[in-house]
Design a protein around this ligand. Structure first.
Ligand SMILES: Nc1ncnc2c1ncn2[C@@H]1O[C@H](COP(=O)(O)OP(=O)(O)OP(=O)(O)O)[C@@H](O)[C@H]1O
Length: 649
């Protein structure tokens, strides 16, 4: 029979009705209950399950610390703020629980794959992995060809771009890129896990912060790659948690979506959420629901629910899941130890501490960032936000890699909510760039590879030189790899000429090399997605020069940024104004009641009403002024968008 302490815990946790259901089992059996056992004791409701789960964890934690029978339980706090600050981290060893370097070593037989995944003791701060998906039957039937070669051993991807010369002869231009891993279409999801997230799982139990991004154009395999990863990671996490020293750790799952600049809870009927930064500059997603789970099935159920919510949203008008970022977060939490003597009835128990966190991010289709000159304004704004977030993301990862003191996480909503993944020594990031093999997708594929290349670009500078004298990252290195890998026409090499030498070339020759230089520069790519169309002859239609067009595009970018920001400010101002109106209305009602009373002073009424009307007038004028300013920006953006679109068409 459970002890009086457990009974009291059930009562305090709002589970009094289940006391009878647990009467027949011992404390030990109660503490050993798994979530899948709850239903057999009549605990069916999800909220009740969560409470019971928390209760069991907190009693286990308390009894482990005291080394005795359960002392005092904690209850769940519904709808807690999810604290995304790095300082949440709480080293397990701080609590007297020594971290073992190879906790899984004793269990190799039970979990050989985990041992493999955790071979790497301290994973690098960032890893960039490229995964090519297979070409589909449909794509082949419509004449698409596989133009991507993956040289796994060299970690190199070669894109064979078919081009046409001025004399209409065809040639293939090869673009070679090198990454930490290059995975071809044969690589399984399990292997992807082992090479990406697997090594990070162990760091979570050492106060680690990890993030894994799937980047790429729509249809390149982001979701296919990303969806199995949390499930697989949870299996490893539960294997760790089964060990004695991690018994007081629980896994809490949350999932949300960033659409445009709004955040929606995917585990709570897509409720809109607010992101706030508190006085201590901590970023919090207010009211995000999180669920404690204790088995893989539980994680699967939550993933299914989230993906259902995401696709339900995408059937709504003007909504499309490829234009949103979805973020699933696992927080490992340790129940806060209960002070000697327990806590008083009605007193809030302390919040569990976050000891490790991992985020799985399925990014919006990267080509959506180019929708900034679309006909529909909403699409343009969403495109601008995607563009902004992908650029900010790249900068944050680069800052992480260079150990920069300043991480520009405020650059977008996405990076703001992932702030703790980018700061601190314990932050680790894996970027999986997904690419399509199709000839019709070459431009997007190259853009994806350039983006991924820039994410890891800084590390090239630090790379050791090989005995051959070339550095992985050198142009010569890639060219050599590409040449060796794929038989065919010689890859285009960059040939540089000094000015006097250049003068000696004849005109067609000079033009040919100038064009090659321009192509080369384009390949390096400007720092935004996608490359603006290459303008022949350096002049735009209507006599607008490159510099003017660039200035207009820059102004358009600025406007987009300020519209995205002011949209939020305007809505927040309106909301505050409505609250003020309600308060004014309450005061008016009170005045009316007052004036109806016998002997009331009409002078007082007139004076008060005048003041209230003044407040109302000022409020309306303020709101109108904000709305007008916003409308003017929208008009300017509309005109500018049309102009830039026309120039670039
Ligand atoms: N490595 C792979 N092996 C087999 N099939 C794959 C692989 N990668 C992707 N696919 C298939 O390709 C199609 C597109 O993949 P997926 O939906 O994951 O793309 P996506 O980038 O997430 O697109 P969206 O942005 O529209 O969500 C799917 O039918 C998927 O099953």
């Amino acid at each position: 029979m459970v002890s009086a302490i457990v009974v009291r815990g059930l009562e305090e946790a709002g589970l009094k009705k289940f006391v009878g259901a647990f009467a027949g089992i011992s404390d030990q059996a109660f503490l050993g209950l798994m979530m899948s056992d709850y239903a057999s004791h009549g605990v069916i409701d999800l909220e009740d399950k969560q409470r019971l789960f928390r209760l069991i964890k907190s009693i286990s934690a308390a009894s482990k610390l005291s080394g005795e029978a359960p002392s005092q339980p904690a209850v769940e706090r519904p709808n807690a703020l999810i604290d995304l600050d790095e300082n949440d981290g709480d080293l397990l060893s701080d609590a007297g629980v020594a971290f073992q370097l190879s906790p899984i070593a004793n269990q190799k037989a039970a979990a050989p794959s985990v041992a493999l995944a955790n071979n790497v003791d301290d994973p690098p701060k960032i890893r960039v992995v490229v995964r090519k998906r297979p070409i589909s039957k449909k794509e082949r039937e419509r004449g698409d060809e596989d133009v991507v070669d993956v040289l796994s051993k060299a970690g190199t991807v070669v894109v064979n771009e078919e081009k046409v010369k001025v004399d209409l002869t065809k040639y293939v231009e090869k673009h070679a890129f090198k990454f930490d891993e290059a995975l071809d279409e044969q690589v399984s999801n399990e292997a992807v896990y082992q090479l990406t997230v697997g090594p990070l799982v162990r760091t979570l139990f050492r106060s680690g912060r990890a993030s894994c991004f799937a980047y790429g154009q729509t249809g390149s395999g982001k979701t296919y790659t990303m969806s199995p990863l949390p499930i697989r990671a949870s299996a490893d996490i539960f294997t760790y948690m089964a060990q004695q020293q991690y018994r007081d750790i629980s896994l809490c799952v949350s999932c949300f979506e960033i659409y445009g600049n709004k955040v929606f809870d995917l585990l709570n009927q897509r409720k809109k959420l607010n992101i706030l930064e508190d006085g201590k500059r901590k970023v919090v997603v207010v009211g995000l629901k999180e669920f404690a789970v204790d088995d893989v099935e539980g994680v699967k159920a939550l993933i299914e629910e989230a993906s259902k919510q995401r696709s339900t949203g995408s059937t709504a008008a003007n909504s499309d899941s490829s234009r949103s970022h979805s973020i699933m977060q696992f927080a490992l939490k340790r129940a806060a130890p209960v002070a000697a003597g327990g806590f008083r009835r009605g007193e809030e128990p302390p919040e569990p501490r976050v000891v490790g966190k991992i985020s799985f991010i399925d990014l919006a289709g990267s080509e959506r960032g180019a929708d900034t000159y679309d006909n529909n304004r909403q699409t343009r704004l969403e495109g601008a936000e995607i563009n902004k977030s992908l650029l900010a993301l790249k900068e944050c990862i680069r800052a992480l890699d260079s150990d920069a003191r300043h991480v520009p996480f405020r650059g977008s909503k996405l990076t703001a909510v992932l702030r703790d993944s980018f700061v601190g020594d314990q932050a680790r990031t894996v970027m999986i760039a997904n690419i399509s093999p199709c000839s019709t997708s070459v431009e997007h594929t190259l853009n994806t590879l350039r983006y991924a290349d820039r994410v890891k670009e800084l590390r090239k500078d630090k790379a050791e030189r090989t005995p051959g004298g070339v550095t992985p990252g050198d142009d010569a290195y890639y060219a050599a790899v590409a040449r060796a890998a794929v038989p065919g026409p010689e890859p285009v090499e960059r040939e540089r000429f000094d000015q006097p030498e250049r003068e000696r070339l004849d005109q067609p020759e000079r033009e040919r090399f100038d064009q090659r230089d321009r192509d080369w520069e384009r390949d390096r790519g400007p720092d935004r997605y996608p490359s603006p169309p290459h303008q022949q002859g350096g002049c735009f239609v209507g006599g607008v020069g490159d510099a003017d067009a660039d200035a207009l595009a820059e102004r358009h970018d600025e406007l987009m940024d300020s519209i995205l920001l002011e949209e939020e400010n305007l809505v927040a101002f309106h909301r505050a104004k409505l609250e003020e109106d309600m308060e004014t209305m309450r005061q008016e009602m009170a005045l009316l009641q007052e004036v109806d009373k016998p002997g009331s002073e009409i002078d007082h009424y007139v004076e008060q009403m005048t003041a209230l009307l003044n407040i109302k007038r000022q409020g309306i004028q303020g709101l109108q002024a904000k709305l007008d300013a916003f409308k003017a920006k929208l008009r300017e953006e509309e005109a500018l968008s049309r102009t830039v679109h026309k120039i670039r068409a």
